[in-house]
Design a protein. Structure first.
Ligand SMILES: [Zn+2]
Length: 328
Protein backbone atom coordinates (compact mmCIF):
# COMPACT_ATOMS: atom_id res chain seq x y z
CA UNK A 1 0.00 0.00 0.00
CA UNK A 2 1.20 3.49 -0.78
CA UNK A 3 1.74 5.49 2.41
CA UNK A 4 -0.61 8.19 1.13
CA UNK A 5 -3.48 5.66 1.26
CA UNK A 6 -3.00 4.90 4.99
CA UNK A 7 -5.73 5.97 7.44
CA UNK A 8 -4.52 9.13 9.18
CA UNK A 9 -4.97 11.00 12.43
CA UNK A 10 -4.52 14.76 12.52
CA UNK A 11 -4.27 16.75 15.76
CA UNK A 12 -3.44 20.27 14.58
CA UNK A 13 -5.72 22.03 12.11
CA UNK A 14 -7.41 25.42 12.30
CA UNK A 15 -10.97 25.24 11.00
CA UNK A 16 -11.00 28.65 9.28
CA UNK A 17 -7.41 28.06 8.13
CA UNK A 18 -8.55 24.93 6.35
CA UNK A 19 -11.22 26.80 4.34
CA UNK A 20 -10.76 26.17 0.62
CA UNK A 21 -10.13 29.56 -1.12
CA UNK A 22 -13.07 28.96 -3.50
CA UNK A 23 -15.33 28.47 -0.47
CA UNK A 24 -14.24 31.81 1.05
CA UNK A 25 -14.68 33.56 -2.32
CA UNK A 26 -18.23 32.17 -2.50
CA UNK A 27 -18.96 33.45 1.01
CA UNK A 28 -17.54 36.89 0.09
CA UNK A 29 -19.74 37.04 -3.02
CA UNK A 30 -22.87 36.15 -1.08
CA UNK A 31 -22.19 38.95 1.38
CA UNK A 32 -20.83 41.52 -1.05
CA UNK A 33 -17.49 41.72 0.71
CA UNK A 34 -14.49 42.61 -1.42
CA UNK A 35 -11.51 40.56 -0.24
CA UNK A 36 -10.00 40.04 -3.71
CA UNK A 37 -6.70 41.43 -2.34
CA UNK A 38 -6.10 38.26 -0.29
CA UNK A 39 -5.97 36.04 -3.40
CA UNK A 40 -3.33 35.79 -6.12
CA UNK A 41 -4.03 35.43 -9.84
CA UNK A 42 -4.30 31.62 -9.47
CA UNK A 43 -6.92 32.04 -6.76
CA UNK A 44 -4.63 30.92 -3.90
CA UNK A 45 -4.32 32.85 -0.66
CA UNK A 46 -1.69 35.57 -1.07
CA UNK A 47 0.73 36.54 1.73
CA UNK A 48 4.43 37.29 1.99
CA UNK A 49 5.21 36.04 5.50
CA UNK A 50 3.66 34.69 8.69
CA UNK A 51 2.51 38.10 9.88
CA UNK A 52 0.76 38.87 6.61
CA UNK A 53 -0.67 35.36 6.70
CA UNK A 54 -2.33 36.21 10.03
CA UNK A 55 -3.92 39.30 8.45
CA UNK A 56 -5.14 37.36 5.40
CA UNK A 57 -6.52 34.69 7.75
CA UNK A 58 -8.49 37.29 9.70
CA UNK A 59 -9.74 38.91 6.47
CA UNK A 60 -11.00 35.51 5.24
CA UNK A 61 -12.79 35.08 8.59
CA UNK A 62 -14.82 38.27 8.01
CA UNK A 63 -16.84 36.34 5.39
CA UNK A 64 -17.92 33.79 8.02
CA UNK A 65 -20.69 35.57 9.86
CA UNK A 66 -23.21 33.14 11.28
CA UNK A 67 -23.62 29.54 12.51
CA UNK A 68 -24.83 28.34 9.09
CA UNK A 69 -21.59 29.62 7.53
CA UNK A 70 -19.65 27.49 10.03
CA UNK A 71 -21.87 24.49 9.29
CA UNK A 72 -20.96 24.82 5.62
CA UNK A 73 -17.30 25.50 6.42
CA UNK A 74 -17.07 22.39 8.59
CA UNK A 75 -18.58 20.22 5.83
CA UNK A 76 -16.22 21.68 3.20
CA UNK A 77 -13.16 21.13 5.41
CA UNK A 78 -14.09 17.58 6.42
CA UNK A 79 -14.69 16.61 2.79
CA UNK A 80 -11.09 17.62 2.03
CA UNK A 81 -9.75 15.79 5.10
CA UNK A 82 -11.69 12.61 4.36
CA UNK A 83 -10.44 12.68 0.76
CA UNK A 84 -6.92 12.65 2.20
CA UNK A 85 -7.63 9.53 4.25
CA UNK A 86 -8.04 11.28 7.60
CA UNK A 87 -10.22 9.20 9.96
CA UNK A 88 -9.91 11.36 13.07
CA UNK A 89 -9.12 15.04 13.34
CA UNK A 90 -9.00 17.67 16.04
CA UNK A 91 -9.61 21.24 15.00
CA UNK A 92 -8.95 24.56 16.66
CA UNK A 93 -12.09 26.65 17.08
CA UNK A 94 -11.97 30.29 18.10
CA UNK A 95 -14.96 31.92 19.81
CA UNK A 96 -13.30 35.18 18.63
CA UNK A 97 -14.49 34.31 15.11
CA UNK A 98 -17.72 32.64 16.29
CA UNK A 99 -19.84 35.32 17.89
CA UNK A 100 -17.11 37.50 19.41
CA UNK A 101 -16.64 35.35 22.55
CA UNK A 102 -20.25 35.74 23.66
CA UNK A 103 -21.23 32.46 25.34
CA UNK A 104 -24.79 32.39 23.96
CA UNK A 105 -23.60 33.06 20.41
CA UNK A 106 -20.75 30.57 20.79
CA UNK A 107 -23.23 27.83 21.75
CA UNK A 108 -25.14 28.46 18.52
CA UNK A 109 -22.01 28.33 16.36
CA UNK A 110 -20.87 25.21 18.16
CA UNK A 111 -24.22 23.54 17.64
CA UNK A 112 -23.93 24.14 13.87
CA UNK A 113 -20.33 22.84 13.77
CA UNK A 114 -21.30 19.71 15.73
CA UNK A 115 -24.23 19.09 13.44
CA UNK A 116 -21.94 19.21 10.40
CA UNK A 117 -19.43 16.95 12.18
CA UNK A 118 -22.11 14.34 12.93
CA UNK A 119 -23.30 14.44 9.33
CA UNK A 120 -19.75 14.12 7.98
CA UNK A 121 -19.08 11.20 10.32
CA UNK A 122 -22.17 9.36 9.08
CA UNK A 123 -21.42 10.07 5.42
CA UNK A 124 -17.64 9.95 5.24
CA UNK A 125 -16.49 8.04 8.32
CA UNK A 126 -14.39 10.91 9.66
CA UNK A 127 -14.57 11.88 13.35
CA UNK A 128 -14.04 15.49 14.43
CA UNK A 129 -13.36 16.90 17.89
CA UNK A 130 -12.80 20.54 18.90
CA UNK A 131 -10.14 22.43 20.82
CA UNK A 132 -11.25 25.93 21.83
CA UNK A 133 -8.38 28.25 21.09
CA UNK A 134 -7.54 31.73 22.29
CA UNK A 135 -5.53 34.05 20.07
CA UNK A 136 -2.28 35.17 21.66
CA UNK A 137 -2.09 38.57 19.95
CA UNK A 138 -5.65 39.39 21.04
CA UNK A 139 -4.29 39.41 24.61
CA UNK A 140 -4.88 37.60 27.94
CA UNK A 141 -8.09 39.47 28.80
CA UNK A 142 -9.92 38.12 25.75
CA UNK A 143 -8.45 34.69 26.49
CA UNK A 144 -10.38 34.72 29.79
CA UNK A 145 -13.64 35.12 27.87
CA UNK A 146 -12.54 32.39 25.47
CA UNK A 147 -11.75 29.89 28.22
CA UNK A 148 -15.14 30.63 29.76
CA UNK A 149 -16.73 29.55 26.45
CA UNK A 150 -14.53 26.42 26.48
CA UNK A 151 -15.25 25.41 30.08
CA UNK A 152 -18.99 25.95 29.68
CA UNK A 153 -19.22 23.80 26.56
CA UNK A 154 -16.83 20.98 27.46
CA UNK A 155 -18.40 17.67 26.48
CA UNK A 156 -18.08 14.84 23.98
CA UNK A 157 -17.12 17.30 21.26
CA UNK A 158 -15.13 20.10 22.93
CA UNK A 159 -12.15 18.32 24.45
CA UNK A 160 -9.36 20.84 24.78
CA UNK A 161 -8.16 24.39 25.17
CA UNK A 162 -5.27 25.95 23.28
CA UNK A 163 -3.44 29.09 22.30
CA UNK A 164 -2.48 30.11 18.75
CA UNK A 165 -1.59 33.35 16.98
CA UNK A 166 1.48 35.55 17.01
CA UNK A 167 4.19 34.11 19.25
CA UNK A 168 6.11 37.38 19.10
CA UNK A 169 3.37 39.17 21.06
CA UNK A 170 3.24 38.91 24.86
CA UNK A 171 4.38 36.02 27.08
CA UNK A 172 2.83 32.64 27.72
CA UNK A 173 2.94 33.45 31.43
CA UNK A 174 0.23 36.05 30.81
CA UNK A 175 -2.18 33.21 30.06
CA UNK A 176 -1.71 31.19 33.26
CA UNK A 177 -5.14 32.16 34.58
CA UNK A 178 -6.91 30.89 31.46
CA UNK A 179 -4.96 27.64 31.34
CA UNK A 180 -5.55 26.98 35.05
CA UNK A 181 -9.24 27.47 34.40
CA UNK A 182 -9.16 25.08 31.40
CA UNK A 183 -7.29 22.44 33.41
CA UNK A 184 -9.79 22.67 36.25
CA UNK A 185 -12.57 22.14 33.70
CA UNK A 186 -10.87 18.90 32.63
CA UNK A 187 -9.85 20.08 29.16
CA UNK A 188 -6.71 18.85 27.37
CA UNK A 189 -4.11 21.61 26.97
CA UNK A 190 -2.37 22.58 23.73
CA UNK A 191 0.11 25.42 23.29
CA UNK A 192 1.51 26.78 20.02
CA UNK A 193 5.16 27.36 20.90
CA UNK A 194 8.61 27.45 19.42
CA UNK A 195 7.47 27.93 15.84
CA UNK A 196 8.99 31.44 15.82
CA UNK A 197 10.50 31.92 19.27
CA UNK A 198 13.38 29.91 20.70
CA UNK A 199 13.43 26.86 23.03
CA UNK A 200 12.50 28.92 26.11
CA UNK A 201 8.99 29.10 24.69
CA UNK A 202 8.55 25.33 25.04
CA UNK A 203 9.89 25.45 28.60
CA UNK A 204 7.35 28.21 29.39
CA UNK A 205 4.53 26.19 27.82
CA UNK A 206 5.39 23.19 30.01
CA UNK A 207 6.22 25.06 33.22
CA UNK A 208 3.63 27.83 33.28
CA UNK A 209 0.75 26.46 31.22
CA UNK A 210 1.40 22.74 31.87
CA UNK A 211 0.72 21.91 28.23
CA UNK A 212 -0.15 18.32 27.36
CA UNK A 213 0.82 18.89 23.72
CA UNK A 214 2.99 21.44 21.94
CA UNK A 215 1.91 22.90 18.61
CA UNK A 216 5.04 22.94 16.40
CA UNK A 217 7.86 23.04 18.97
CA UNK A 218 10.33 22.62 16.12
CA UNK A 219 12.87 25.23 17.21
CA UNK A 220 13.47 23.19 20.37
CA UNK A 221 15.92 21.21 18.22
CA UNK A 222 18.45 23.99 18.93
CA UNK A 223 18.57 22.84 22.58
CA UNK A 224 19.40 19.14 22.81
CA UNK A 225 18.98 19.08 26.62
CA UNK A 226 15.40 20.21 26.05
CA UNK A 227 14.94 17.61 23.32
CA UNK A 228 16.05 14.91 25.79
CA UNK A 229 13.64 16.31 28.35
CA UNK A 230 10.76 16.20 25.85
CA UNK A 231 11.62 12.58 25.09
CA UNK A 232 11.85 11.62 28.78
CA UNK A 233 8.59 13.31 29.70
CA UNK A 234 6.79 11.96 26.64
CA UNK A 235 5.68 15.42 25.50
CA UNK A 236 3.89 15.18 22.15
CA UNK A 237 4.77 17.60 19.36
CA UNK A 238 2.13 18.42 16.76
CA UNK A 239 4.53 18.89 13.87
CA UNK A 240 3.34 20.56 10.66
CA UNK A 241 6.25 20.17 8.23
CA UNK A 242 4.50 21.59 5.14
CA UNK A 243 3.43 24.67 7.11
CA UNK A 244 6.99 25.26 8.35
CA UNK A 245 8.40 24.89 4.84
CA UNK A 246 5.73 27.16 3.28
CA UNK A 247 6.47 29.86 5.86
CA UNK A 248 10.22 29.61 5.21
CA UNK A 249 11.32 28.22 8.60
CA UNK A 250 13.04 25.38 6.70
CA UNK A 251 13.97 25.40 3.02
CA UNK A 252 12.64 21.88 2.37
CA UNK A 253 11.20 18.74 3.99
CA UNK A 254 14.71 17.24 3.98
CA UNK A 255 15.91 20.12 6.18
CA UNK A 256 13.01 19.74 8.61
CA UNK A 257 13.94 18.42 12.10
CA UNK A 258 10.95 16.04 12.46
CA UNK A 259 13.10 12.99 11.70
CA UNK A 260 15.77 14.15 14.17
CA UNK A 261 13.16 14.57 16.93
CA UNK A 262 11.88 11.09 16.12
CA UNK A 263 15.39 9.57 16.21
CA UNK A 264 15.98 11.19 19.59
CA UNK A 265 12.83 9.58 21.00
CA UNK A 266 10.48 12.59 21.00
CA UNK A 267 6.84 11.75 20.31
CA UNK A 268 6.03 13.44 17.01
CA UNK A 269 2.77 13.56 15.06
CA UNK A 270 1.93 14.98 11.62
CA UNK A 271 -0.58 17.71 10.80
CA UNK A 272 -1.33 20.32 8.13
CA UNK A 273 -2.07 23.43 10.29
CA UNK A 274 -3.85 25.53 7.61
CA UNK A 275 -3.72 23.25 4.54
CA UNK A 276 -4.82 25.49 1.62
CA UNK A 277 -2.72 28.40 2.88
CA UNK A 278 0.35 26.14 2.81
CA UNK A 279 -0.57 24.23 -0.36
CA UNK A 280 -0.74 20.96 1.49
CA UNK A 281 -2.99 18.05 2.48
CA UNK A 282 -2.43 15.16 4.87
CA UNK A 283 -1.83 12.84 1.89
CA UNK A 284 0.80 15.26 0.55
CA UNK A 285 2.52 15.50 3.97
CA UNK A 286 2.87 11.70 4.00
CA UNK A 287 4.17 11.66 0.45
CA UNK A 288 6.76 14.38 1.14
CA UNK A 289 7.94 12.72 4.38
CA UNK A 290 8.19 9.40 2.59
CA UNK A 291 10.38 11.00 -0.07
CA UNK A 292 12.51 13.06 2.31
CA UNK A 293 13.21 10.42 4.96
CA UNK A 294 12.19 7.15 3.34
CA UNK A 295 9.52 6.73 6.01
CA UNK A 296 7.51 3.58 5.34
CA UNK A 297 4.12 2.24 6.35
CA UNK A 298 5.46 1.00 9.71
CA UNK A 299 6.79 4.46 10.59
CA UNK A 300 3.51 6.20 9.73
CA UNK A 301 1.56 3.56 11.69
CA UNK A 302 3.75 4.28 14.72
CA UNK A 303 3.12 8.01 14.40
CA UNK A 304 -0.63 7.45 14.07
CA UNK A 305 -0.62 5.37 17.27
CA UNK A 306 1.23 8.20 19.02
CA UNK A 307 -1.36 10.66 17.74
CA UNK A 308 -4.24 8.46 18.89
CA UNK A 309 -2.73 8.12 22.38
CA UNK A 310 -2.34 11.92 22.55
CA UNK A 311 -5.82 12.67 21.18
CA UNK A 312 -8.13 14.49 23.59
CA UNK A 313 -11.25 12.40 22.77
CA UNK A 314 -12.77 9.90 25.23
CA UNK A 315 -11.79 6.23 25.54
CA UNK A 316 -14.74 4.91 23.52
CA UNK A 317 -13.86 7.15 20.58
CA UNK A 318 -10.20 6.09 20.82
CA UNK A 319 -11.21 2.42 20.74
CA UNK A 320 -13.32 3.05 17.64
CA UNK A 321 -10.50 4.88 15.85
CA UNK A 322 -7.96 2.23 16.89
CA UNK A 323 -10.03 -0.33 14.99
CA UNK A 324 -9.89 1.83 11.87
CA UNK A 325 -6.09 2.07 12.16
CA UNK A 326 -5.75 -1.64 12.92
CA UNK A 327 -7.71 -2.60 9.84
CA UNK A 328 -5.15 -0.90 7.59
ZN1 LIG B 1 -1.38 26.15 14.23
Amino acid sequence: MSVTALPKIELHMHLEGAAPPAFIRGMAREKNIDISRIFDEKGHYRYADFWEFLKVYEAACTTLQNPMDFYRLTMAVLEESAASGVVYTETFLSPDFCGGRDLGAWREYLHAIEEAAAEAEAKMGITLRGIVTCIRHFGPQKARETVHCAAQTKGDFIRGFGIAGDEKVGNLEDFIWSFDCAREAGLGLEVHACEWNGPQEVRDALTHLKADRIGHGVRAIADLALVDELAEKGVVLEVCPGSNVALGIYPSFRDHPIAEFDRRGVKVTISTDDPPFFHTTMALEYEMLNRAFDWDEGQFSKLNRTALDAAFCDADTKAKIAKLLGAA
